[in-house]
Design a protein around this ligand. Structure first.
Ligand SMILES: [Zn+2]
Ligand SMILES: [Zn+2]
Length: 349
């Protein structure tokens, strides 16, 4: 194995980045070194570059990219159950190991979860390190490009639909923003039996795509008659669950507005904007719930990998394009400008 590798490096002070030669890291106790096959480009990666995310947890220099698949290249000391060459997905975060929850073995409840590519080096690189106990094995018949996006682009929607939104069979669901996250919310809502599924987006090409992926109807969110149309599509009931995959003031408030009494709004997309819940009198009388959502459980990636393997979940349309590591800037630009309305663009180091 060579001593150095190519890796994208983001400099916090200037918010500039470059693809550079860096030493290949050595796996520590309980860690594995992964030869990266694919790594997705996510809006949260752009948020670090744009300065929307950041803060004291981000080191001065960091490799970005947190939606990866690859093969194990080297085992660190004490790793059992894994072998070199195994096809894996690394978890996109790691528990701190020292908080009240972690010391009791409740890693899923960690109070200081460290995010891959925000607190430690990610996978826009030839190799990346991961904790062995956060790995998911990729079934033989699941392509590695689809495996890569399970780590966030599909599992965060899974968490939103299954855990936070708790969508039940027959519930009316609305999804705002049918991009990388919203697309998979539509597909997973379909999988758990939501009916009907309504998609909201300002772009008519994206609305067509939403219909092809399983939405029952798609609306322009600027339509002045939207509420009547949503009422007509739901037999007058409005929505049981609204997913805001955009995170703007307008989408969050519109989602809330389209809920039936007792309905749940699940906030998934993020921005610096500040929506309002409206008058407490209305919010409380209508018993609405506004729920913030982040992430997923580690075992959700395994569940999704099995669903893809069994042919229940088709992610073949989710890979919009693949760029080389040297061309990561082009991938970033296209996601940023929504050039071609990508669902996911992958980096292939
Ligand atoms: Zn992501
Ligand atoms: Zn912890």
């Amino acid at each position: 194995m060579p001593a150095t590798m190519r890796a994208q490096r983001f400099y916090k002070a200037t918010r500039e980045w470059a693809v550079e030669d860096v030493p290949i890291p050595e796996p520590g106790p309980g860690e594995v070194l992964i030869k990266v096959e694919y790594c997705g480009i996510c809006h949260s990666d752009l948020s670090l570059i744009d300065g929307v995310f950041g803060g004291p947890n981000v080191p001065d220099v960091i490799t970005q990219g947190h939606e990866a698949s690859g093969t194990i290249a080297k085992l660190g000391p004490g790793v059992i159950g894994w072998a070199e060459g195994d096809r894996v997905i690394p978890a996109a975060g790691r528990p701190c190991g020292v908080c009240d929850f972690c010391v009791r073995g409740r890693f899923g409840d960690c109070a200081n979860l460290q995010l891959m590519a925000f607190a430690y080096d990610g996978a826009w690189a030839e190799y990346t390190l991961a904790q062995a106990f956060g790995l998911t094995r990729v079934p033989d018949n699941v392509p590695m490009d689809q495996a890569a996006i399970l780590a966030d682009a599909v599992s965060t929607p899974f968490g939103a639909v299954v855990h936070t939104g708790q969508v039940r069979i027959g519930e009316a669901v609305g999804v705002w923003g049918i991009g990388g996250v919203g697309t998979h919310i539509v597909q997973l809502a379909r999988l758990v039996g939501a009916n009907p599924i309504l998609a909201f987006d300002i772009d008519d090409e994206i609305r067509d795509r939403a219909l092809a992926l399983g939405a029952d109807a798609a609306f322009d969110s600027r339509d002045p008659d939207l509420q009547q149309k949503v009422a007509a599509a739901t037999h007058g009931r409005l929505l049981d669950v609204a997913f805001d995959a955009v995170g703007l003031k307008t989408t969050f408030e519109q989602g809330l507005e389209m809920l039936r009494p007792g309905g749940r709004l699940v906030g998934v997309g993020m921005s610096g904007q500040e929506p309002t819940l409206g008058p407490t009198m209305v919010f409380n009388l209508l018993r609405k719930q506004a729920l913030g959502h982040l992430g997923y459980k580690p075992e959700d990636i395994e569940t999704l990998a099995q669903l893809v393997s069994a042919g229940r979940l088709d992610l073949s349309r989710s890979i919009s394009d693949v760029v080389s590591l040297e061309d990561v800037g082009e991938g970033i630009r296209r996601l940023h400008e929504r050039d071609g309305n990508p669902i996911r663009i992958l980096v292939q180091p």
